[in-house]
Design a protein. Structure first.
Ligand SMILES: [Zn+2]
Length: 164
């Protein structure tokens, strides 16, 4: 059985700026009004026969969205970004373009890029790790979580994180 949460209707949304280094059109800082669609597949369990409580999934996803909302998303593991300072401000260069941004305006992410694809993998991992039951594997009834990071209406990257 699978539960499905529609990010527009369930308000799993955030607005952020990013750039795709060295990309012809997406290399400049630009923004998206993102929304996240979520699916969780697994066995029905517990007193109510839920796959997982919708409320729990929404809380986890809202926390993730809140962290990214109204920030410039910066991928710390980018091969193209040369970081110069991460203390009080975030300073870096991409080729001959130099940037200096206030730390509070940035969300630093342990990613190679902040493409919809990489954000989908990141969020699916986070959600799966938050939902899974550690220790007793037989109690971990989640088979997979699926995340679609939409950069707007009708355009998104979908990633499925299967259970360990
Ligand atoms: Zn973009």
């Amino acid at each position: 059985m699978k539960i499905i949460i529609n990010g527009i209707h369930a308000n799993l949304r955030f607005s952020s700026a990013h750039m795709i280094p060295c990309h012809q059109f997406c290399g400049g800082i630009h923004g998206h009004s993102y929304h996240i669609d979520v699916q969780v597949e697994g066995e029905r369990t517990g007193e109510f026969g839920f796959v997982v409580d919708f409320k729990k999934v929404k809380e986890i996803m809202r926390d993730i969205c809140k962290k990214l909302d109204h920030k410039v998303l910066i991928p710390l593991n980018s091969a193209e970004i040369e970081f110069k300072n991460l203390e009080n401000s975030v300073e870096f260069a991409i080729g001959n373009k130099e940037y200096k941004l206030p730390s509070e305006d940035c969300c630093l992410l342990p990613l190679k890029s902040t493409s919809a694809e990489d954000l989908a993998e990141y969020m699916a991992d986070k959600l799966y790790n938050s939902l899974k039951v550690d220790g007793d594997k037989s109690k971990n009834t989640i088979k997979s979580v699926q995340i679609c990071v939409n950069e707007g209406i009708g355009q998104g990257a979908y990633f499925e994180r299967k259970a360990d």
